[in-house]
Design a protein around this ligand. Sequence first.
Ligand SMILES: *Cc1c(COP(=O)(O)O)cnc(C)c1O
Length: 430
Amino acid sequence: MNYISLNNANLKVSFKEALMQGIAADGSLFIPATLPVLPDRFLHSLATHSLFDIANTILAPFIDDIPKSDLEAIIKKTFHFPIPLVHLDEQIYLLELFHGPTLAFKDVGARFIAEVLAYFLKNEQKKITLLVATSGDTGSAVARGFYQVPYIDVYILYPSQKVSPLQEKQMTTLGGNIHAIEVQGTFDDCQQLVKSSLKDETLQKALHLTTANSINIGRLLPQIVYYFFGIAELQKAHPHVSPTVVVPSGNFGNLTAAAYARALGAPIEHLVAATNANAVVPNYLKTGILKSQKTQHTLSNAMDVGQPNNFVRLQALFDNQYEKIKSNVTGISITDAETLAQIQQTFKQNHYILDPHTAVGVAAAFQLRNKLKPMIVAATAHPAKFPEVIQTALNQAIPVPEALRIVMSKPKMSTLMKNDFQAWKAFLLS
Ligand SMILES: *Cc1c(COP(=O)(O)O)cnc(C)c1O
């Protein structure tokens, strides 16, 4: 399978090159040149397949430059935690993607890209520098996924004061090959620093840069897998059902993965983009105009993105036609007050504690519930990652899992940095 730049189909590279470069030479994102055709018998028998089977069937055609047995080993290491589909009520299911080491769905993409990069670099004995911008959860997942992985130095750029104390500890306490950079700016500023670095020839030559953000296609591909798996789980009880998939979204990697799953033949009735007050995409779906906005700080901070980078990939999947996107994707923006109310209501009615991001998804699902059922909401983080929000919503403390308690007790190690590309470049080269 080849990967091409979104803006220039002549810029064509292998999976390995797409992964190593992060973004194409013209500064735009890589997409698969074609979509694989999955066997009909697989699509019609999803419920009989394991997570491992599904991952192999989907990823093998996208990644034909890794021998099958090596790819299987990588897949085994990536999907080594459960992904339960939980029944919230008769219409809404939660796909719990948060049982990995840092308790958010980003563990899937981060572990996969770490394993794949390590695999390629081991064969080449080459060192690279990985940059990643984070609004909170990517940094923790990437830090854990890449910790002590040989040949890779990791720089995590996060917005000062805009991530939760727990998220900050998860990315600043490892040390070793993991370097945390506290940027005096927003997530979008961090992302811009990463993008500018990737385009900078001096930095590229000196450090062999790439990124583990979801602009890297290596993050996105493994996320396609769990949508197939969630539907397979649902079809065990309800054969042939075709659910609507609701994705709490920020940078739109996760929703794009769901759209890829659907394009590959996953039975998905409709897609719902649920956002917080950073409503760039819901506004686009209403007006046809894609207008980035200044990032707003909300309770679901991992979705505080004013310039959703992956949305161009989603548009491309729908041939860049607004009418097509509009008829396949519904956008709903949820306020902080609605988020808190949803956490309260779900706790009262279903005895289930939603994290603030998943609560945005469930609140959106409730707005559509009688029109589009059943629905699978991607449950993107464990509520214990956001104890302050849960305390506010439910007026009670949430038990802290052991792994998080240990992280909280460690000292923070980070470098404070202005939002200034020249200063950042000088620091990297020093
Ligand atoms: C990153 C994140 C999101 C948003 O995912 P995107 O792929 O950026 O749209 C949602 N919820 C949680 C908990 C996250 O960490």
